[in-house]
Write a protein that binds this ligand. Sequence first.
Ligand SMILES: C[S@@+](CC[C@H](N)C(=O)[O-])C[C@H]1O[C@@H](n2cnc3c(N)ncnc32)[C@H](O)[C@@H]1O
Length: 489
Amino acid sequence: MAQRRQITFRHRFWRRCGLIGRKHRSGGRENQQPKRLTSREVALNTLIKVAEAGAYSNLQLNRALQDAELSRQDAGLATELVYGTIQFQRTLDDTLRKLITKGFDKISPWVLSLLRLSAYQMLYLDRIPPHAAVNEAVQIAKRRGHSGISGMVNGVLRNMERQLADLKRPNDDQDPITRIGLTHSYPNWLVKRWIKVYGEEKAEAICAAGNNPPHASLRVNLLRISREKALELLAGAGYEAMPSPLTPYGIIVSGGGNLAAADGYGKGLWSLQDESSMLVAEVCAPAPGMRVLDCCAAPGGKTSHLAELMNNEGAVIANDVHPHKRNLVEEQAQRLGLTIVEAVTGDALELALRFNADSFDLVLLDAPCSGFGVIRRKPEIKWTKKVEDVSAIADLQSRLIKEAAKLVKPGGTLVYSTCTIERQENEDQIESFLREHHSFELDTDWPGNVLEPLRLAGVIGDSFDGSVQLLPQHFGSDGFFIARLKRKQ
Ligand SMILES: C[S@@+](CC[C@H](N)C(=O)[O-])C[C@H]1O[C@@H](n2cnc3c(N)ncnc32)[C@H](O)[C@@H]1O
């Protein structure tokens, strides 16, 4: 169970993406001597909000870090504690249940979060001495609760400290679902589904990869700068930057500061985007002058990439159901100097009422999905999503793809993508759509620079059918499904 985890690694990723930053306050505040929270208290407050209010961990942590004004090192620890505790929640609870034989389910939420947070440090973070984790937890319990609670926290964690070697032994459950679920901390229903589709070995690799911190990547705006020049600029600004092996537009970045605050971002030289996500617009391969519809566009990552690939010539209608997200798309387009993007608001289920049938050369449906391809970024979805959510979202996707198809010209292209690895939302959607829509067929005519790295990595083989399922372990990028369909003439 024990793994050496780099405390500052995750923090660097989120800071680079601009999701974590220090708040700059106006003067005078230092005289008021506000009570400063420790990194563990910041982490605990965040975990409590995520558990009780269903807040997104990344947004909640960002807010908490801005308010707390921790040192870079402490912010790194708080980040590690939040992500690690959420990721390994199942395994931590399983361990705690061995020590708390009665009343585990009645423990109040904040005490449970504190126990999990402390257990995570003791079981997974070799750089933190167990006694330090216990002492900190007891101090927090004293400050927040009464002596009974701090006594209980002390008793459970000291007991854990004594049995640590035994508790860290690898899980050898005979049942592969339970073994994988407990080792990598995933719910059994999810592991069971993935074993059924991918087999035991691949399913385990998916689960392991979902616990790895994501790397930061950016997409170069080739209308403004070449990738080589962008690499030079980044190196000059203190980043370690290297070309993505997956896409000619991508750069993988480590070291340095907040990428979203960096000069090149403001000047529209690049956008922050995962490499798998970049492949979607590349598979669309839009030509300059085309009329393109992005059905579910916000915040505009793929919309802006499409417009860049079109050399800012033609039209990209970027639709999203949420009115407040329209600004996000418009801001992206403006920052990148893309004038052909028109952001609109509406339900994609009604797009055929607003636009003429058969009127777009290319329609992209980057559908809302369960998001299991981005568990590294949002670990709480392991615990919040249920099996019935997958069926409900699959039902919406199948209605969306039928509506999107109505708008594609004869001879035009429909691209369907999701950031999930669920067959029901991916391959099954395409199969059932094609069964009912004989005027469409899967299109294997993908750009060579997209196919080559996928072939080299063995992600696609001779039986490539015009769709791909990227798994998080393939390139260390998000799990994504992409299918390209052609409407027959
Ligand atoms: C996967 S995200 C899209 C990400 C976007 N394509 C990008 O690359 O930045 C899915 C989007 O679908 C939108 N959405 C959900 N249901 C929708 C509907 N019925 N009609 C239109 N948009 C919808 C959500 O608001 C969300 O922004």
